[in-house]
Design a protein around this ligand. Structure first.
Ligand code: COI
Length: 353
C-alpha cells in the first residue's frame, strides 16, 4: 500500500457487540472512509474519520432522484489472525459499471481498493472470526449537490462503512422459502437491473413485504416483459440443479452479475460439474419439478453466501425442494474455506491485507 490517506482519530472507541448479537448490518465500526467530488475538481478530500452521521442539504439530489450506487464485499479473519478479502477488485470494477449507468463520475479503482485496504486494516479488531461471521464492507456513492432540477448532480460523496456481521438469514444453511412474483417486476431491458443502485432495492420492497405476508422469505423475480423467464432473487442470484446439470439465468442486462455467482460457475467448471448459463423459464422449472428432476435450488450472494432454497411458490403451487442438497453444501464449504484461508486458493481470489 503506498497511498497515504489522512486519518482523523476518535477519542473514545465504541464497545463491540457480542458475536451472538451480530445479525446483518446492525453495528458499525469506529471509522469510515470518505471522499468528495466536485465538477472541475474531480475526487478529492480522501480521509478516514470517526464513523458519524452526515450533514447534507435537504435539497441534496440523492434525496429526490435517487442517484446512488453501492457495493458489498467482505473481509474475513483466519484462525491465525490474517485478514483476507474475497475478489475485492471485482466489486470495485462493478461499482464503476453502476456509476456509468447512473451518470456518476468514475472512481479510480486502484485508489478505492487501497482505501478499502487501509480502512479494514485500521479496523482489524472488529473482524469476528467465528464460523459464519465476517466484516461486511459497504462502499457507496450519493449525489450531494443541492438542486431540484432533474439532471446528474455535479457533487458527490463516496463513503465506505464497515459492519461486523453474522449470517444474512437467521440460519445460514436453513433452506429459504421463495415466492415467485407475477404481479411486480424488478427490472426491464434497458433499465438498471444489472447495476447496484438504490432504486432497484426500493422498487423491490413492496413485493418483499407481500412475500413475507404470505409466509415466504424472499421474492423470485421473473422477466419484466413476458413474466416468464427467471431473473434473480431479492438479494442473490439463483441456481437450479436439474438432472445432474446446474443452470443459472444468463446475464441479460437486467440481472446483477454477482461475484459469488461468477465464483460458483468457475468452481463447478473446475470440478467438472456440468454448468450452463441460459434463459430459463419458470415453466421449465415446474416441468422438472413434476418429473422429479429438480434436485437442488440455491441462491448465491456476498451477503447470502450460498443459501439453499427449500420451497418455490408459483401460482399457489408449492414446489418443495430437497432442503440443503449435497452440491449446495459442497459449494458452501469450499467457498467459505477459500474465504477463510482454510483451502488452497487455486483461483487467485484472495487478497491478504
Ligand atoms: C450483497 O450481497 O452484498 C448485497 O448487496 C445484497 C443485499 C444485502 C443488498
Amino acid at each position: 500500500m503506498n497511498q497515504v490517506i489522512e486519518l482523523v482519530k476518535r477519542k473514545v472507541k465504541k464497545e463491540k457487540p457480542e458475536v451472538s448479537e451480530l445479525g446483518f448490518g446492525k453495528y458499525y465500526t469506529d471509522y469510515m472512509f470518505s471522499m468528495d467530488y466536485q465538477e472541475g475538481k474531480g475526487w478529492h478530500n480522501a480521509k478516514i474519520t470517526p464513523y458519524e452521521p452526515l450533514s447534507l442539504d435537504p435539497s441534496a439530489m440523492v434525496f429526490h432522484y435517487g442517484q446512488a450506487v453501492f457495493e458489498g464485499l467482505k473481509a474475513y479473519k483466519t484462525k491465525e489472525g490474517k485478514v483476507l478479502l474475497f475478489r475485492p477488485e471485482k466489486n470495485v470494477a462493478r461499482m464503476n459499471i453502476s456509476c456509468e449507468r447512473i451518470s456518476i463520475p468514475q472512481v479510480d479503482e486502484k485508489m478505492v481498493l487501497e482505501a478499502i485496504e487501509q480502512l479494514v486494516d485500521l479496523e482489524r479488531d472488529w473482524i469476528p472470526d467465528q464460523e459464519g461471521t465476517s466484516l461486511y464492507i459497504r462502499p457507496f456513492i450519493i449525489a450531494t449537490e443541492p438542486c431540484l432540477g432533474v439532471r446528474p448532480s455535479r457533487e458527490y460523496k463516496f463513503l465506505v462503512i464497515l459492519s461486523p456481521v453474522g449470517s444474512y438469514y437467521t440460519d445460514q444453511l436453513k433452506p429459504v422459502k421463495i415466492y415467485v412474483d407475477e404481479e411486480y417486476v424488478r427490472a426491464v431491458p434497458g433499465g438498471t437491473g444489472y447495476v447496484k443502485t438504490a432504486g432497484n432495492y426500493a422498487a423491490s420492497l413492496r413485493a418483499q413485504e407481500k412475500a413475507e405476508e404470505l409466509g415466504y422469505e424472499q421474492v423470485l423475480w421473473l422477466d419484466g416483459i413476458e413474466r416468464k423467464y427467471i431473473e434473480e432473487v431479492g438479494s442473490m442470484n439463483i441456481f437450479f440443479k436439474i438432472n445432474g446439470e446446474v443452470v443459472t439465468p444468463q446475464l441479460n442486462g437486467s440481472i446483477l452479475g454477482g461475484v459469488t455467482r461468477d465464483s460458483v460457475i468457475q468452481l463447478l467448471q473446475y470440478w467438472g460439474v456440468p454448468v450452463r448459463e441460459a434463459q430459463i423459464s419458470i415453466d421449465e422449472i415446474y416441468d422438472a419439478y413434476i418429473k422429479g428432476h429438480l434436485e437442488e435450488v440455491f441462491g448465491t450472494g456476498t451477503a447470502a453466501v450460498i443459501s439453499p432454497v427449500g420451497e418455490l411458490n408459483w401460482k399457489n403451487i408449492s414446489m418443495k425442494v430437497n432442503g440443503t442438497g449435497e452440491l449446495s453444501a459442497r459449494i458452501y464449504e469450499t467457498i467459505t474455506n477459500i474465504q477463510l484461508g482454510k483451502e488452497k486458493d487455486s483461483f487467485n481470489w484472495i487478497m491478504e491485507i
